[in-house]
Design a protein around this ligand. Structure first.
Ligand code: SF4
Length: 279
């Protein structure tokens, strides 16, 4: 066992492991800081991240019931004009989807084979028809294909964990996979969210997948966290020069094609909010 004590598995670190076991090792076991840029235009990259975070905050405040006029003023005063335009799109397309009991910025966790899985949700909506929709707001410039989203750890983990530990969001009633759907809403195509319903069959597959994955990672000795053979994974990795996989940072314009997990930082999780079931 090389994992730090009390290590939590999240979509970000599991996706890192699947992309490159060595990146997981450097980041989460060795805690290696490496002074390299992820993309070529660091300033634009940082601004993009901050703009996305401000937009997420606006939505969060809206969902918590702050007055629309106040939020509209806030959006109009934002230093990035994109935010106001995204906000108008949000108000036009999203509210009809948001009827029900809202659980905003909810964190869930559950034990699996003696390890802990954790996920932070932008919104879990319990709809009047008894279904539950997981919403994730994306400010990436491109809308990915549905097939790619279905493969992502985020999609698999969020739906799986809601079945496993979301009962308290559902009036203490167990949740069946068929009650759940995941809705990715994109600022780039606000009229076309991607909706991914869950099934019992997929739940079984996810259970097998995550059990095997966390057991495998927990049992791996340090030297077995090998470098990926897929060089495309190195293009937006800060450890490029450490691994002798190039020194040039990746192109910011192509960044969204790689669907990196930059919108959730596990370090941001507020563990006081975690609603947990027993191991
Ligand atoms: S540069 Fe490539 S091999 Fe090295 S940690 Fe990053 S993804 Fe893995």
């Amino acid at each position: 066992m090389t994992l730090p004590e009390n290590f939590d598995f999240t979509q970000s670190n599991l996706q890192d492991y699947l992309d490159c076991p060595y990146r997981f090792y450097l980041r989460y076991i060795r805690h290696t800081q490496w002074p390299a840029l992820i993309v070529d235009d660091a300033l634009a990259f940082e601004q993009r991240g901050q703009t996305g975070a401000r937009f997420h905050r606006l939505i969060q405040q809206y969902l918590l019931g702050l007055p629309e006029e106040r939020l509209a003023d806030q959006a109009a005063a934002d230093p990035s004009p994109e935010v106001f335009s995204w906000w108008q799109d949000f108000l036009q397309y999203a509210p009809p989807l948001l009827e029900g009991a809202r659980h905003v910025e909810t964190v869930l966790s559950a034990g699996l084979n003696g390890h802990r899985l954790v996920a932070k949700y932008d919104l879990v909506l319990v709809r009047p028809d008894g279904g539950l929709t997981i919403f994730d707001w994306k400010t990436s410039q491109k809308r990915p294909k549905q097939e790619r989203l279905l493969e992502r750890v985020q999609t698999r983990l969020y739906r799986f964990l809601l079945v496993l530990s979301g009962g308290m969001l559902n009036g203490a009633e167990a949740i069946r996979p068929e009650q759940i759907e995941m809705n990715y809403w994109f600022t780039s195509q606000p009229e076309l969210p991607i909706n991914l319903p869950y099934t019992a069959d997929q739940y079984q597959k996810d259970q097998t997948f995550f059990k095997k994955l966390v057991d495998e990672i927990a049992a791996l000795p340090g030297e077995a966290f090998t470098r990926t053979g897929d060089l495309s994974k190195c293009r937006y990795c800060v450890y490029r020069s450490h691994c002798d996989r190039g020194v040039e940072a990746g192109d910011l314009e192509m960044f969204d094609d790689f669907l990196p997990e930059t919108e959730e930082n596990p370090d941001d999780l507020d563990f006081d909010q975690i609603e947990e079931i027993a191991f």
